[in-house]
Write a protein that binds this ligand. Structure first.
Ligand code: NAP
Length: 323
């Protein structure tokens, strides 16, 4: 075993990824299952050749300057909004991520929320548990069907496309989408139609967000956007919290400008806007879009291979964003 390279993992990840790394390197796994502090991360970066980060670890130029020999930041996520990629590139540090392997899990999470909202799962469950169920009624707890409804996908990349596929093939929904490019494959496979952003806001019965968090997408959904949506429309966010202005969403729900929201991500995690917590037409999951055994162990493998492929000649990383 070569102990030439030292690897730091900021938080326990599935064993398979750690074992892959231990075959080649000296690996230190921080044992605490809580976000690492900036000081601790800074200290770790100063002493290691590679760091395997998670999405709450902010990596910027100041941190990178702790170690001019750092070779790679391997993020245990597909989104890399926690990493200043330009600062990494300027310092010759590679940035790895874990695309594809979490696509199914995250797209399925969209449907957890779609069904949770349209079948009023949370409300119904609470009624049952609290002993408030008094029997079947013709007008009791009505929801809406997905079949024949229009799903608007914001960002028709990997997860957006997979959610569209599930919606079209599984539930008979019509697909419209916005993206800064086009997705001809989706148009052919699902008769999906690319539309302008405002048209999507006006036409969609459900909107599902799948763009990355960037300067352009921060608060992409705020007061004006909610006002343009149908009063009967639902919004689902499994991408990143700050893409939605959370106070504007709470106001739009309060004012009945839209019908409901399904949220896996939040603007200021782990805090949640108090207005949202009060509403029974909001479903919330604790950022568990990729939290399946299948996705997380595959993510561990990809994140480990990105380090192995960067540090060992003859090995190939899976996904490096600044090769
Ligand atoms: P992806 O394949 O890169 O898809 C993103 C799509 O959005 C791409 O088509 C991209 O276009 C487009 N896009 C980027 N900026 C845009 C803009 N300003 N306006 C319109 N379209 C824009 O990424 P993915 O694998 O589907 O992942 C999407 C996001 O989901 C990730 O960034 C991550 O934040 C989030 N995520 C969350 C969870 C969770 O646990 N909840 C799990 C996985 C991922 P280009 O191809 O031109 O860039």
């Amino acid at each position: 075993m070569s102990e030439k390279h030292k690897i730091f993992i900021t938080r326990p990840i599935p064993d398979n990824g750690i074992e892959m790394l231990e075959q080649h390197f000296k690996v230190k796994v921080r044992k605490k299952d809580s976000p690492i502090s900036r000081d601790e991360l800074s200290g770790a970066i100063s002493q290691h050749d590679a760091v395997l980060t998670i999405l709450t670890d902010r990596v910027d130029g100041e941190l990178l300057d702790q170690n001019p020999n750092l070779k790679i930041v391997s993020n245990f996520a597909v989104g890399t909004d926690n990493i200043d990629i330009n600062a990494c590139t300027e310092r010759g540090v590679k940035v790895g991520n874990t695309p594809e392997v979490l696509t199914t899990s995250t797209a399925e999470c969209v449907f957890a929320h779609l069904f949770g909202l349209t079948k009023r799962l949370i409300e119904g469950d609470e009624i049952m548990r609290k002993g408030k169920y008094k029997g079947w009624g013709p007008m009791y707890m009505l929801g809406v069907e997905l079949k024949g409804k229009t799903l608007g996908i914001v960002g028709a990349g990997r997860i957006g496309s997979e959610a569209a596929r599930m919606a079209y093939k599984g539930f008979g929904m019509n697909i419209i989408y916005t993206d800064r490019g086009g997705n001809k494959e989706l148009e052919q496979e699902l008769s999906a139609k690319q539309v302008g952003f405002d048209d999507m806001l006006e036409q969609a019965d459900f909107i599902s967000i799948h763009v990355p968090l960037t300067r352009e997408t921060r608060h992409m959904f705020s007061d004006n956007e909610f006002k343009k949506m149908k009063n009967s429309a639902f919004i689902i966010n499994t991408a990143r919290g700050p893409i939605i202005d959370e106070q504007a969403l709470a106001d739009a729900l309060e004012n009945k400008e839209i019908a409901g929201a399904g949220l896996d991500v939040f603007e200021d995690e782990p805090e949640i806007n108090p207005g949202l917590k009060k509403m029974d037409n909001v479903t919330m999951t604790p950022h568990t879009g990729s939290a399946t055994w299948e996705a997380r162990s595959a993510m561990a493998k990809v994140a480990a291979q990105n380090i192995i492929g960067t540090l060992i000649e003859g090995e190939e990383p899976v996904s490096i964003l600044n090769p």
